[in-house]
Design a protein around this ligand. Sequence first.
Ligand SMILES: *[C@@H]1O[C@H](CO)[C@@H](O)[C@H](O)[C@H]1NC(C)=O
Ligand SMILES: *[C@@H]1O[C@H](CO)[C@@H](O)[C@H](O)[C@H]1NC(C)=O
Ligand SMILES: *[C@@H]1O[C@H](CO)[C@@H](O)[C@H](O)[C@H]1NC(C)=O
Ligand SMILES: *[C@@H]1O[C@H](CO)[C@@H](O)[C@H](O)[C@H]1NC(C)=O
Ligand SMILES: *[C@@H]1O[C@H](CO)[C@@H](O)[C@H](O)[C@H]1NC(C)=O
Ligand SMILES: [Mn+2]
Length: 382
Amino acid sequence: MGRKMWGLIPVFDCSQLLLLCPSQCKPSVLSIPTTDARVASPQRTMADQAFVTLATNDSYAKGAMVLGQSLRNHNTTRKLVVLIGPHVAEPARDALHSIFDEVILVNVMDSGDAANLALMKRPDLGVTITKLHCWTLVQYSKCVFMDADTLVLSNIDELFEREELSAAPDPGWPDCFNSGVFVFRPSNETHEKLLAFCAEKGSFDGGDQGILNSYFNTWATADISKHLPFIYNLSSIAIYSYLPAFKQYGHDAKVVHFLGKVKPWNYSYDTQRGEVRGHSASPEPCQMHPDYLLQWWQLYAASVLPLLQKAYGDAPFSTGFVEQRVPEKPQEDVREQPKPSPPAARTVSSQERKQRWEAGHIDYLGDDSFSNIEQKLNSFLK
Ligand SMILES: *[C@@H]1O[C@H](CO)[C@@H](O)[C@H](O)[C@H]1NC(C)=O
Ligand SMILES: *[C@@H]1O[C@H](CO)[C@@H](O)[C@H](O)[C@H]1NC(C)=O
Ligand SMILES: *[C@@H]1O[C@H](CO)[C@@H](O)[C@H](O)[C@H]1NC(C)=O
Ligand SMILES: *[C@@H]1O[C@H](CO)[C@@H](O)[C@H](O)[C@H]1NC(C)=O
Ligand SMILES: *[C@@H]1O[C@H](CO)[C@@H](O)[C@H](O)[C@H]1NC(C)=O
Ligand SMILES: [Mn+2]
């Protein structure tokens, strides 16, 4: 049985929000200066808000390009910003520049004192500290952070009506939010506090999700009005990582988050047949939801690859496409893969279950089943 390592982030539409917060949803009256005609275009009116993503290496840069292009294709009116680490190659940076309004190099090693200090205390948190850099984008009043392994299925500009820190429940752990998509307000002060928190306390899961959940630790319980849009109507929450729930809720999904170790760019794509092929780490061709994986590759082939080809010129790079002459035959080593672990015992501890979830051993019928997750959500709605 293939594990379905993908998840969906819930997004409510404005009519639902309107029931809760009429003032926020009223069309805002913008005073538009008449001197500069460009200011009047919708693309210009929201220039102080941005979608932000992060790419610390060339594979994640490809993901960022597909994400950025998916936001563009759905006509976002917000700016697009990508933070990159020093290891992203020059041609990949050029390609990012064609999609994003800003490409910002973050080198934590020689950045501000506080970041450097945090890094020296917690060298294991390098990528996390780089991600926290998004709080320094003070040229924007509000931002939506999105992991480079997400893909947008429709316009999600309404997310900017939410407040910091808005996020969706983690599919495996509804008491925690998933840090793949969140709304935040850039602030030097918050950034410094987050860094100090990082240096002092570390992360319970070794990554940014742990830090952010500890820092914004009232997310599940306090000020429910701010976070209500994400949880007030269970039937609109499409966070579930497996097929039965997808069938029920999938049509509401606006963002796909490709969770797990194997990412879309780890597969390959047969351009002639328009098919996604497997990867050595995952012999089955499509462990992820095949439609979304295919959508990712189609966007990559149509819009991102031409940019990469232009940027790399004659220099070689990995396209991710299947070589035409490679004979297609089932991989012999499939049968030698270790068997999936047996179903979880009913009495595993919370911590164990979380670890198991993160390692991809999801107990679809037991502890992690939809009804149990639903119960959990219901319990903290009350
Ligand atoms: C690329 O960066 C991501 C985080 O941004 C990290 O999880 C991943 O391991 C990196 N991959 C390589 C090959 O360095
Ligand atoms: C985006 O805008 C273009 C031009 O106005 C339009 O043709 C297209 O249908 C829009 N796309 C979506 C997904 O709304
Ligand atoms: C935030 O920090 C940056 C860099 O340290 C500085 O240039 C900027 O003026 C600060 N902004 C505010 C609002 O404090
Ligand atoms: C919850 O959502 C469903 C459809 O997604 C809708 O029929 C129902 O009226 C909503 N409930 C509330 C309380 O808004
Ligand atoms: C995915 O691909 C990247 C480079 O393209 C590689 O570094 C990483 O190890 C791969 N991950 C898996 C799980 O195969
Ligand atoms: Mn992710």
